[in-house]
Design a protein around this ligand. Structure first.
Ligand code: ADP
Ligand code: MG
Length: 661
């Protein structure tokens, strides 16, 4: 026994972990009791993993006959232990999983917290951020001033002991006699009801927390009967442990038997999101291929929604046995915000991710899940517009990725999309009275429009769905490209998400109306009064300008889309848009410079004046400067960036100067 302590080691927490721990220790978060939900959730996961490992590895030496979670209270020492006989952890895993946080979004969340604090955000807001993050194991430090974890990995012969007060460092040491699994012992802070610290050393309190948060856990959660509660007999025999949870899988119970609270707690367990789910979806199939699914839509986007390693949220079970988290075979990437469980009856337990991708039954389930999720969103849109609006603003950007990747469901996805448009203010509820001309940016204020609404409003004579992509709503609304459309009263979709740049090229039409960019290709709205002869009169100006500006544009032509501006820039239908070009560059990709087309307004004084001057003085260098200025102005008007702002400014000042002399 004397050599036991040789491997004691004191290790510093990773910086992010340290910050998070500080938040926990000083938390004024009022739901401190959720620490127990987190520990039980971890224990349950550990039991799931062990059962699966035992199925898959027959040589693994473990006893899986009595998998369970024990809650042990020591009222005198004021400690509470959560013990499982699950998969356990190796020393390296303890250091890795408990000493660091690898969760994506950590840095971002800590940044937000700092911001909230600096801008005087309330503690309540901080608490919400913490909750949103999924507090995990560290939540123990809300209620305990010292935590000891003893664990032995399945199949290993010796265990590990971890201990910390949460202040900067922890110690790890070898622990030869650790039982299989993990025990987390909390040395509880004194009761302090003013700060939501109940007496967690009181069995009745603990039992009610388990009932509230963890009843659905399918493993037995056991607890010794409480002497003080009077349910133990007097005498020397220690009270028999009792099972405190009902332990039935929610998805196997009939729908009306499960309460909203139970669904919400289960959602928290699978999603690590602390809020209520926005919508619960049940699904089952009977007959030759049976399965049940219980899915949730979130009320807020998961933190990692747009991170590279973001997880998909559907777990696969086979006959109540947990098989895997994050089952990508079951749900496409664009629905990664959907969380929940699929339990299939007829699959083998020995499944790899690769096999699953090929499995026909899994493919059928996936198809059905996708259709069900989309139809749920569609009914939300029809019956609960507020709910739909929440969902759309949180995860719409992810959903739109499906327009690119899921051709089979493209039209159903389009039906549940909504977009900002030049008319969205008139579509909103209530007062639409304000003038709302160009320059009056209403980002976020107006209710977005569905494509059905767009089609309904479409005036006689319009035969396409017009859109423009770009970086901000106000830049788009004020862009010269809008002029003719505004004059005609045609509505234009204002697409400002990066994903919009891409899907518009893979979706040809909706309800037989094609999508047409107002900034690409030729646009002719028919109301043009420039006759052939007038056009001919511009031929030599256009040819001269095309040559003069050949470094920047591929063509100069007359426009049908301008009413008040002198010029604008457009692309050819297949061309990269400026935003997309910029995005590729930002990602470090080499893209050739995309030349666009400069369109001129044949009615504008600057254009007609330039024609006259150029005819009179074809060799005047100053006129080439004017042509370059026209190009720069067109770029600025659409919110673009000049390649060489300084030389534009010196050109401009030269030209201005000449008007004064
Ligand atoms: P999360 O559960 O969201 O991953 P936690 O902070 O709750 O985050 O836990 C971190 C990790 O520590 C878990 O993912 C798991 O790998 C490991 N872990 C925690 N508790 C246990 C346990 N009782 N048995 C085995 N591993 C555990
Ligand atoms: Mg956890």
């Amino acid at each position: 026994m004397s050599t036991e302590a040789i491997q004691d080691e004191t290790i510093e927490f990773q910086a992010e972990a340290r910050q998070l721990l500080q938040l926990m220790i000083h938390s004024i978060y009022s739901s401190k009791d959720l620490f127990l939900r987190e520990l039980i959730s971890n224990a349950s996961d550990a039991l799931d993993k062990l059962r699966l490992a035992a199925y898959q590895d027959k040589d693994l030496e473990v006893d899986t006959s009595d998998l369970h979670i024990d809650l042990e209270i020591e009222p005198e020492g004021r400690s509470l232990t959560v013990r499982d006989n699950g998969i356990g952890m190796t020393r390296a895993e303890v250091v890795d999983l408990i000493g660091t946080i690898a969760k994506s979004g950590t840095a971002e969340m800590l940044g937000k917290l700092r911001e909230a604090r600096e801008s005087g955000g309330s503690e309540q807001q901080n608490a919400e951020l913490i909750g949103q993050f999924g507090v995990g194991f560290y939540s123990s430090f809300m209620v305990a001033d010292r935590v000891v974890l003893v664990t032995r990995k399945a199949g290993a012969h010796s265990g590990v002991r971890w201990e910390s007060t949460g202040e900067g460092t922890y110690t790890v040491s070898e622990f030869p006699d650790a039982p299989q699994g993990t025990a987390v012992t909390l040395h509880l802070k004194p009761e302090d009801t003013e700060n939501a610290l109940q007496d967690f050393a009181r069995p009745a309190t603990v039992r009610s927390i388990v009932k509230r948060y963890s009843d659905f856990i399918t493993w037995p959660i056991r607890m010794a009967a409480d002497v003080r509660d009077g349910d133990a007999k007097d005498g020397a025999t220690p009270p028999e442990p009792q099972v405190v949870n009902s332990g039935k899988a929610l998805w196997s119970r009939s729908q009306d038997e499960v309460s909203d609270e139970e669904y919400a707690e289960f959602y928290r367990h699978v999603s690590h999101d602390w809020r209520e789910p926005l919508e619960t979806i049940r699904l089952s199939a009977e007959g030759t291929f049976e399965y049940q699914a219980l899915l949730f839509l979130p009320s807020q986007a998961p933190m990692d929604l747009f991170m590279r390693d973001s997880k998909r949220g559907v777990q696969l079970y086979v006959k109540r046995v947990f098989i895997m988290d994050d089952c990508e075979a079951l749900i496409p990437e664009y629905l990664r915000f959907v969380k929940g469980v699929v339990d299939a009856n007829d699959l083998s337990l020995n499944l790899s991710r690769e096999i699953l991708q090929q499995d026909r039954q899994i493919q059928l389930i996936r198809k059905r899940l996708v259709r069900k999720v989309l139809s749920t969103i569609k009914s939300m849109l029809a019956d609960e517009p507020e709910k739909y609006a929440t969902l759309w603003s949180e995860v719409g950007r992810a959903l739109k990725e499906g327009l690119i990747s899921d051709h089979d469901n493209q039209q159903s996805i389009l039906e549940v999309c909504s977009f900002a448009t030049t008319h969205s203010d008139t579509a909103g509820s209530g007062d639409a009275g304000e003038s709302g001309g160009p320059g009056d940016s209403r980002d976020g204020a107006a209710r977005p429009t569905t494509l059905h609404e767009y089609l309904e409003r479409m005036p006689e004579g319009q035969d396409a769905i017009y859109y423009m992509t770009g970086e901000s709503r106000s830049a788009l609304e004020n862009s010269p490209h809008m002029e003719a459309f505004r004059a005609k009263g045609y509505e234009v979709l204002l697409l400002t998400d990066p994903v919009d740049e891409v899907w518009v090229d893979s979706v040809p039409s909706f309800e037989e109306k094609s999508f047409v960019s107002i900034a690409r290709g030729e646009v002719d709205l028919g109301g043009d009064d420039v006759d052939e002869d007038t056009r001919k009169g511009f031929d030599s100006l256009l040819a001269w300008m095309t040559t003069t500006l050949s470094d920047d544009v591929k063509e100069v032509r007359l426009s049908h889309r301008l009413t008040s501006s002198a010029a604008c820039l457009v692309g050819d239908p297949g061309d990269l848009t400026p935003t997309l070009e910029k995005m590729y560059r930002a990602m470090g990709q080499q893209v050739p410079k995309v030349k666009r087309i400069l369109e001129l307004n044949a009615h504008h004084g600057l254009v007609t004046g330039l024609r006259t001057a150029q005819e009179a003085r074809p060799d005047d260098q100053a006129l080439a400067d004017t042509a370059r200025l026209l190009y720069g102005m067109a770029l600025l008007a659409e919110g673009g960036e000049l390649a060489e702002p300084a030389s534009f400014v010196s050109l401009l000042s030269r030209r201005l100067e000449s008007t004064l002399s």
